[in-house]
Design a protein around this ligand. Structure first.
Ligand SMILES: [Zn+2]
Length: 225
């Protein structure tokens, strides 16, 4: 720890993003709580009418039932607390292990790209941090690839209804990278929260239009029912 971080921690000790208790960015109790409340069964939700292109979405936890996780995700995204990435990745790698989706298979994580303007504003892509942290828990079985770019600076999804979200995302993504590296791999589009699935589905659409056969979503929390 550098002297600056040391002093910073001394005068402004970290607080748990979920319960605000002093000591760590996420306390042991809250980490344990996420683990207990993570969704076990049926966590691979099949393609519903919401997902025209995705083969399913894997999610670590339910957003509505986890106020602690909501607080942690919002700190991560809007207060730029990157320390929380590790905990989100932990949740997702447990999930992947439970589902045995990667047994004898190579997987590829594709973070949902941010538009340049949003990236400049935030300084980092939260989906990318999560993807790299999940991959770090595995060996060579998982690659993080970034073949997509967000070409449309879409209006904030949170302010739109379901139909508007899908329209808003039409043609939002474009392939800018090498897709050859994705062949023979299980592809997961990674994001922090999945609200309607429109963003993930739009990424899946672009990938499938370019020859990728199976595309799943992988998200820390699902907000849809
Ligand atoms: Zn806590």
């Amino acid at each position: 720890m550098g002297i600056f971080s040391f002093l910073l921690n001394l005068f402004f000790p970290p607080r748990c993003a979920a319960c605000k208790q002093e000591g760590d960015f996420l306390c042991k109790n809250c980490v344990q709580d996420f683990r207990i409340k993570r969704i076990r069964a049926r966590s691979l939700c099949p393609s519903s009418e919401d997902f025209e292109h995705l083969d399913g979405v894997i999610y670590g936890a339910d957003y509505a039932q986890n106020p602690g996780l909501q607080a942690a995700i919002s700190q991560f995204k809007y207060k730029f607390n990157k320390e929380l990435t590790y905990h989100f990745a932990e949740l997702l790698s447990q999930k992947l292990k439970e589902l045995s989706m990667l047994r004898n298979k190579q997987a590829c994580l594709i973070p949902v790209p941010l538009h340049k303007k949003r990236l400049n504003y935030r300084g980092f892509n939260q989906a990318e941090l999560i993807a790299y942290a999940v991959a770090a828990k595995y060996g060579n079985e998982i690659d993080v690839l970034k073949p997509l770019a967000r070409v449309k600076n879409t209006a904030q999804q949170a302010k739109l209804n379901k139909k508007e979200r899908h329209q808003n995302l039409d043609e939002a993504f474009e392939v800018t990278g090498d897709l050859n590296k994705l062949s023979d791999k299980v592809c997961f589009v990674v994001d922090d929260v999945c609200t309607t699935g429109a963003t993930l589905d739009s990424c899946a659409k672009t990938l499938k239009e370019n020859g990728i056969e199976k595309v799943y979503g992988l998200v820390v929390a699902r907000a849809f029912k």
